[in-house]
Design a protein around this ligand. Structure first.
Ligand code: G16
Length: 540
């Protein structure tokens, strides 16, 4: 380690005195102007992680669903998954070390993790379309190079594309070719193969309106669309040509406000979807003949996917275990439907795909989705091997199902939740099953729900347990929530500090929208009073 060079370069990316940040749900996120030092230091850390794992590590510069002024960074581990928890702690220590302590922290991490500093390091970098992203990714590169790491800068990428690149590179190309072209070809080939099998190929199955949140998803979908156009035509909205990133559009807006994005004209019963700012989430929706808006969120996506996979396994005659992983935000009706009607085991983890992903790895086939539309399906190597064999050996009908499953496996991005890949999976399933968006929506009826945000002085005063479904601190908060929940039928509520925004999130569901809205408001007031609310306070 050339400590002199590190000190010199670090001074060019100086940390604002006293600024404390936390590696949260999906890395560091805050106002872009506070992140230069974090980016430089994450470049350094990525080199150490690469040396330790003898693998390529990814660094993604994005703040995903956050407003355009924010930015963020997350590190991608060797198999395309989120950074290991022990390294998240190192990331937090390194980001918060004052200038004079930075070298010591770097040496501490290297020693604790037995990093062989002579080992080569390789880091791949991607960024979203935020105005601040290009400069910040240059700071990452400065960090990588000063520690002697090699790098490849992919430039503009969706977050799941960067995860895919890392996975490809560390599996010697077995998972796919580590280029944007390789990604487009792999997914499109699988999609076109699948949709060829669909008996219903009328126009209603072939066209889709996509709200791209004025983000990177628009660029990448536009580059990709001609690869799959024989199976699907997409019409892009909020493509970044005029609007602001994530402003009044995108998956997070549509899910949390339960209304369509601005800038998209929707005719009744037209199938529409929204990506978020870095294209790792997707939600679907439509207007019915009476003009009512219907949201199809991550829970219903998980239901569609897991029921299709289950049907294919039955046809092939394989009894493999499928599990679905959700979080506390999952609608109560979805959990009931999955468990009671589909007879699929359901597990609940803390928010954050890193938690869901690890749980899903425990199954032969693990389908995980957050209600906000972030998710994918994972297939164990045993499944992949068995299905490959079946596709070669079985009699006609079974072989066809096995071939379908093989293509579905290729169509999923198994490194991370991916809006483009999920969109193609959903479109293929709808076409193959001959399902309209209304029929899909009718699988079960969501319990009315409401999500709110509360501003508090320090959101860390709230701690939770039981996969975030119960508050442990501050004292009295859980008791207050319990009392409020008792007032409404079929009700449930919880609160948790966000790991990506400086707010406390409140979730409530009940038998009617009015009750869900009241309950969410009353819980917000309890948070405001008991957890140090600031500002105006919750408005009815
Ligand atoms: C990130 C995480 C998601 C999480 C979301 C909100 O999404 O990857 O797993 O659900 O933040 O997290 P929180 O409620 O802690 O703010 P994204 O799309 O913003 O990267």
């Amino acid at each position: 380690m050339d400590l002199g060079a590190i000190t010199k370069y670090s001074a060019l990316h100086a940390k604002p005195n006293g600024l404390i940040l936390q590696y949260g749900t999906a890395g560091f996120r805050t106002k872009a102007e506070h992140l230069d030092h974090v980016m430089f230091r994450m470049g350094l850390l990525a080199v150490l992680r690469s040396k330790q794992t003898k693998s390529t590590i990814g660094v993604m510069v994005t703040a995903s669903h956050n407003p355009e002024e924010d930015n963020g960074v997350k590190l991608v581990d060797p198999l395309g998954e989120m950074l290991a928890p022990s390294w998240e702690e190192h990331a937090t220590c390194l980001a918060n070390a004052e200038e004079q302590d930075m070298q010591r922290v770097l040496i501490d991490v290297s020693e604790k993790e037995a990093v062989n500093l002579q080992q080569d390091a390789f880091v791949v970098i991607g960024r979203d379309t935020r105005p601040s992203s290009e400069k910040l990714s240059q700071s990452v590169i400065d960090g990588v190079t000063v520690l002697g790491g090699q790098f490849h800068d992919y430039g503009l990428l969706t977050t799941p594309q960067l995860h895919y690149m890392v996975y490809c590179r560390n599996t010697g190309g077995r998972y796919g070719k580590a280029t944007v072209e390789g990604y487009y070809q792999k997914l499109s080939k699988a999609f076109v193969e699948l949709t060829k099998q669909a008996s219903c190929s009328g126009d209603e199955y072939r066209s889709l309106k996509v709200d791209c949140a004025n983000g990177i998803g628009a660029l990448k979908l536009r580059e990709m669309e001609h690869y799959f156009s024989q199976g699907l035509s997409v019409q892009l909205f909020n493509d970044g040509s005029k609007g602001k990133l994530n402003h009044l559009c995108g998956a997070d807006f549509v899910k949390s406000h339960q209304k369509p994005p601005q800038g998209m004209e929707i005719k009744s019963n037209e199938r529409c979807c929204s990506f978020d700012g870095d294209a790792d989430r997707i939600v679907y929706y439509y207007h019915d003949a009476d003009g009512h808006f219907h949201l199809i969120d991550g829970d219903k996506i998980a239901t569609l996917i897991s029921s299709f996979l289950k049907e294919l396994l039955v046809e092939i005659g394989e009894s493999l275990n499928i599990g679905v992983v959700q979080t506390a935000y999952a609608n109560g009706s979805s959990t009931r439907y999955l468990e009671e009607v589909m007879k699929v085991p359901v597990y609940c983890t803390k928010t954050g795909v890193k938690h869901l992903h690890h749980k899903a790895q425990e199954f032969d086939i693990g389908v995980y989705f957050e209600a906000n539309g972030h998710g994918t399906a994972l297939f164990s190597t045993t499944v992949e091997r068995k299905i490959k064999q079946s596709a070669e050996q079985l009699e006609d009908k079974k072989r066809k199902a096995a071939k379908m499953l093989e293509n579905i496996i290729d169509l999923f991005n198994q490194a991370a939740g991916d809006a483009i890949s999920d969109m193609l999976v959903i479109e293929a399933i709808l076409a193959l099953k001959g399902l309209t968006v209304q029929q899909w929506d009718a699988l079960y009826t969501d319990l009315p729900n409401r999500q709110l945000k509360v501003q508090v002085a320090d959101r860390r005063v709230i701690s939770t347990t039981n996969a975030e479904r119960q508050a442990v601190t501050p004292p009295g908060l859980q008791e207050a929530i319990n009392d409020l929940v008792k007032k409404y039928k079929l009700s449930r509520a919880f609160v948790r500090p966000s790991g990506t925004e400086d707010v406390v999130r409140v979730y409530a569901e009940a038998d009617s929208q009015e009750s869900a809205d009241h309950l969410a408001h009353e819980v917000s007031l309890a948070v405001f009073q008991l957890a140090g609310g600031i500002g105006e306070g919750p408005q009815p």
